[in-house]
Design a protein around this ligand. Structure first.
Ligand SMILES: Nc1ncnc2c1ncn2[C@@H]1O[C@H](COP(=O)(O)OP(=O)(O)OP(=O)(O)O)[C@@H](O)[C@H]1O
Ligand SMILES: [Mg+2]
Length: 434
């Protein structure tokens, strides 16, 4: 193996084994990078680790990797690769002690092709063994038992180190029904992220025929998201820059054409290359997903880092929100729950389902409730401004700020700003990026 140059010396074991090398599972709101298109083969010795890896393999962040999990440990791996090429990554589980493990990995090293990485999952929590394995070219040593997310985080880390491109967080917004205010909430939250954290945000308006993001920001760009989706091969940082419309210092817009001269029967994965380029270049991407249920809409929701569902308090919204939440829970078992916003509360003369009843039925507390305020929202829409920009410190404006804190997983800007060095760090970070 080129990455693993294992010598046959037995690794030294510490007497006490007191230093803990077991990986902590990242919190559900912590960013775990997606893994690129690699081949990964795991050889396990215990059913628990095999089933943990099977669960991990279903996670959205491993959706592009080609993964097989089999039993037999290092013995099976050595036999398997004697006359088969090795994949990008081999995961070996071993219940052996340090000496036997070292010898077995030496035999594996002999059959590994150049460029193959090896991760070992062991049952000995010992820092000297850990260091010894790493010194001999093993990419990572993980101690069982471990959570699927810890394994995914480790695998993602191996590939993103090499890349060294920072990856942005993608937040998808969808309505439980049409017209409930999902786009309005998406755009205002994007603005709060940009202004509160002085971070660049791209809003992608995925509602190609009817999107309103350009109107909401008073823009009329000649090109935008449709050009990017229809020519993914040409899309790089330069083209990206050309297709984005600048709405403010930190908000840029991938506008929808919002015309009906063509139909957009796009492929399930049509947005994938676009999002790849955007997330490599911008720390936050806000996806304004229309209320449709197509292959691509489901795909972008499933792949997003955070999801915000907007609903108004009626029965159809309740049913749809619950169906969406159930599907997302099932398809994203290692992720945070979606955030639910109940919008347009208190619309005159409209019968409503109470917040308590609504929350119980969907099994989630809403992240925010926003009153129906046609004057405030109507004026902002007519002015092509965001609520906080037009009238600071309204209740809905504060909800958008809180939502920005929630979906970014960062501290509230007011707390972050208390640090005297905050702005200096921010500048340094920015100049580093430039
Ligand atoms: N809390 C609110 N009070 C009053 N009006 C609101 C509120 N939230 C949104 N609106 C208004 O509701 C209308 C629909 O909003 P928006 O376009 O954001 O909804 P949507 O869910 O994205 O709709 P679509 O299904 O068409 O994409 C807009 O005119 C917006 O200004
Ligand atoms: Mg919309």
């Amino acid at each position: 193996m080129s990455d693993v140059a294992y010598n046959q010396e037995p690794p030294l074991l510490s007497d006490t084994g007191e230093q803990d090398v077991s990986p902590e599972s990242p919190a559900a709101d912590q960013f775990v990078p997606p893994v690129p298109r690699i081949s990964l083969q795991a050889f396990c010795e215990t059913p628990d680790v095999a089933s943990m890896l099977e669960t991990a393999s279903l996670d959205r962040r491993l959706a592009r990797a080609h993964i097989t999990v089999q039993m037999g440990g290092v013995e099976a791996a050595v036999a398997f690769y004697a006359d088969a090429p090795t994949p990008n990554l081999i995961i070996i589980e071993s219940v052996l002690d340090a000496y036997a493990l070292g010898a077995d990995l030496g035999r594996l090293a002999e059959v590994c092709d150049a460029g193959t990485k090896v991760v070992v999952i062991g049952h000995v929590n010992d820092v000297l063994l850990y260091r010894e394995l790493l010194r001999n070219g093993v990419s990572e040593y993980l101690v069982a038992p471990l959570e699927p997310l810890a394994a995914i985080n480790c695998i993602g880390g191996l590939y993103h180190e090499a890349d060294s491109e920072p990856l942005g967080r993608v937040v998808a917004f969808i309505g439980a029904k049409g017209g409930v205010g999902s786009s309005t909430i998406a755009h205002n939250t994007a603005w709060s992220i940009a202004e509160g954290y002085l971070s660049d945000v791209v809003i992608a308006d995925l509602d190609l025929p009817f999107g309103t993001a350009a109107l909401d920001f008073n823009q009329d760009p000649p090109q935008g998201l449709a050009e990017a989706v229809l020519s993914p091969d040409r899309l790089d940082e330069v083209l990206l820059d050309r297709l984005l419309a600048k709405c403010s210092n930190h908000v840029s817009l991938f506008a929808a054409p919002s015309t009906l001269d063509q139909v957009y029967d796009i492929d399930e994965k049509a947005y994938e290359p676009v999002l790849d380029v955007v997330r490599k270049n911008v720390p936050y991407t806000v996806l304004d997903v229309p209320h449709v249920w197509t292959g691509w809409a489901k795909f972008v929701l499933m792949a997003a880092d955070e999801i915000v569902i907007t609903a108004v308090p009626d029965l159809a919204n309740l049913r749809n929100a619950k169906n969406l939440i159930d599907l997302l829970k099932q398809g994203r078992p290692n992720d945070r729950m979606p955030h639910v916003i109940i919008n347009q509360m208190g619309m005159p003369k409209r019968p409503e389902i109470g917040i308590k009843e609504f929350s119980e039925a969907i099994g989630l507390e809403p992240a925010a409730t926003i009153q129906f305020d046609p004057q405030l929202f109507g004026n902002a829409a007519n002015n092509g401004q965001m609520i906080q920009e037009m009238t600071p410190n309204t209740k809905p404006g504060e909800s958008f700020d809180s939502l920005a804190t929630l979906v970014t997983g960062r501290e509230q800007p007011s707390i972050a700003k208390k640090s005297v060095l905050g702005p200096i760090f921010e500048k340094l970070k920015r100049s580093k990026k430039d």
